[in-house]
Each structure stands twice: as C-alpha cells, then as structure tokens.
Design a protein around this ligand. Sequence first.
Ligand code: CP3
Length: 357
Amino acid sequence: MNQLKNDRYLRALQCLPVDYTPVWMMRQAGRYLPEYRQLRSKAGNFMTMCQTPELACEVTLQPLNRFELDAAIIFSDILTIPDAMGLGLHFETGEGPKFTKPIVCLDDIKQLPLLDPEQSLKYVMDAIRLTKKELKGKVPLIGFSGSPWTLATYMIEGGSSKTFTKIKKMMYSDPTSLHLLLEKLANNVALYLNAQIKAGAQSIMIFDTWGGALSHHCYQEFSLYYMQMILSQLTRGVKSQDVMSYIPVTLFTKGGGLWLDRIMQTGCDAIGVDWTVDLSHINNKGQVAVQGNLDPSVLYADKLTIESNVEAVLSEFGSHNGHIFNLGHGIHQDIPIEHVQHFIHAVHHQSKRFHYD
Ligand code: CP3
C-alpha cells in the first residue's frame, strides 16, 4: 500500500515528534556526484535529463543510493515553467540558463498562456509518477517550483543576473505590467504544483532565490504577495493521524531572514532559512517548521569542523519539534563526497539527544 518507511521529514514539517532530525540537501542531485556527471555527458545536456522521465528518475535517486537522506526532491528545474510558457530555455556551457525570447514589453506579457501542466509539463509529472514508484516508500518525494518573482527575474533579464537591472526598472517605472506578469505566473505555478501533488509529490517547496534582492516594501508587494496567492490555490489535503493525508508547503526566500515573521503569516507549513539567520531568534511558536541552515561552504572543511557547525545549528534550534536540517542554499559542485557522507551522519547522530520519546 501507500506506506512510508521513513516519514521523519513529513512529521517534522507538521511539527510532530521524531527520533532524530531529518536532513536533505538543496541540489542534492547534481554535479558534485560523479554518477551525475557521467549520466549528464551521456544524455548530452541538462534539459534532456529533465525531459526524459527515466533519466530524471535515475538522477533523483542517485544521492539516495549513497547517503541516508530523509527526503528525495524530483530532478527538474524552476525554469521549466517559463519554457512551457514559450520563452525557449537553453543552457549555455559555463553561462547558466538563457531564454531565446525574454519578456521585453507589456504585449509579451499579455500573450503568455495559462498552462495545462499535464500537457506542456507532462514530462515532470511522468518523472514524479515513475520516481514515486521506484522509491517504494523509502522516503517522501518533494515537488517544487520557483516563486513568481524569482521566475520573473530570469524571464525579464533573459538569464541569470547579479543586478536585476531590467526587472527593477520595470518594477519602479511600470509596476502594472510587472504585476500582470507575476499574477499570470502565480496562477501557472499553482496549476503546476497541484499537478505535481496529483502525480504524487508529498510536500512542496517554493524557491524564492532572489526575493532577498528586494527592499522590504517591494518584497511584500512583488514576492510574498504572490507566494501567498499560490498557497491559497493549493490542494493541500487535511491534517489527520496519517501524516500523508496532508501536503506541507515550505517557502524559502534566500536573504529573507529579516522577514520571517511575515513569511510565517502566509499559512505556509515551513520556512526555509539561509545561513545568515540565528535559528534561536526565530519565533515560530511551534506552529511553523524551520528548514536550514548550514552554510554550504562548511562542507569544504574537515570532519571536526563539519561536526561542530552541525552542532551549532542543532543547538540554536534546540529541543523542540519542527526542524528539518538542510544547507542554507544548494550544495557546491566541488564538495568531496566523503564530506557529504560525514555531514548526513553527523546530523542523524548528533540530533538524537535533542529529541525525546
Ligand atoms: O535540488 C535538487 O537536487 C533538485 C534539482 C534542482 C535543480 N535546479 C537542478 C539543476 C532544483 C530544485 C533547481 C532549482 C533552481 N534552478 C533554482 C532555485 C534553487 C536555487 O538554487 O536557488 C534556480 C535559481 C535555478 C535556475 C538554474 N538552473 C540555474 C541558475 C542553473 C545553472 C547553475 C550553474 O551553476 O550552472 C540551473 C541548472 C541546474 N539545475 C543544474 C542542476 C543540477 C546544473 C546543470 C548542469 O548539469 O550543468
């Protein structure tokens, strides 16, 4: 039947007791793994891996075959949505993502379609269905999307950006157009995430990677507002004795440490936090779970340094329910595998004394 062998991640998301702190890593499937690099060169490019359910499934499972992770995250990318909306995504070696048809004017925004994810993003749903089957209930499967604001930065800048010149120019000189784009994105993201839930995703994470580039006023108006709009449209089920009857949602704004109170008020189940935040300062009242927040660069260091930094994060959170251990952002591609192994073991081993029966 539909049983989970390890439900610690889902329990922690619902602030229920666990015997040790569950852990997974953002970007846990990726270039630091030799088996990933091998499959990627065989596939030819990154998008082929995302669009071939068998490959996406295999890559999702790669880190789980090596490490005692407490969750799997479906292998895909946040930029699949703008691609399905017609912008033409491609990855240029060493340069990151690029769009053939970036958003330039209001007319471009007006023409963007409302998506039918089971059509244009069927490959993601197929990957989820297949991965769920192959996981055989080992750990829960996380589905995800980018936040409207973060997606819009790529769509307007045409790729990655450090300064966000074009989108900020639109934000301050033509906010109505930007709001229209963000609303269209929020509706598409909600459809996309509901399709992922229907296909078998057991929790959802929204990556707001660039929300931290905004002023506090603009964050509320251009990022958080639209994440809340998505939350209000998601079919999350109902909480019951069975942890699997409910789909918890995690909101992660990188650089959002000063706004955690407002993020928690959206009705999300968990907040993701980067390494700039002291977990003991979060006033989550045992209602909202916290995911984070080791600096990914700690994993370059020796075993003792990894252990002491893991200990610091665990102690800051303390002995209550609702902590999911993670890095404060994605794992770097040149981290030695033995260090990852040691990190995961350290979290499990050292966290036991923070949990009581
Ligand atoms: O976490 C996981 O293991 C799931 C897979 C995942 C990827 N991208 C795979 C990927 C997830 C959750 C993402 C999300 C994503 N993609 C985000 C938000 C999370 C974050 O890191 O803040 C963003 C901003 C993107 C956009 C994106 N995709 C960029 C900027 C790049 C290029 C990065 C680079 O260093 O070249 C990608 C490509 C990408 N997505 C890779 C992977 C493993 C590398 C592709 C490769 O093999 O070359």
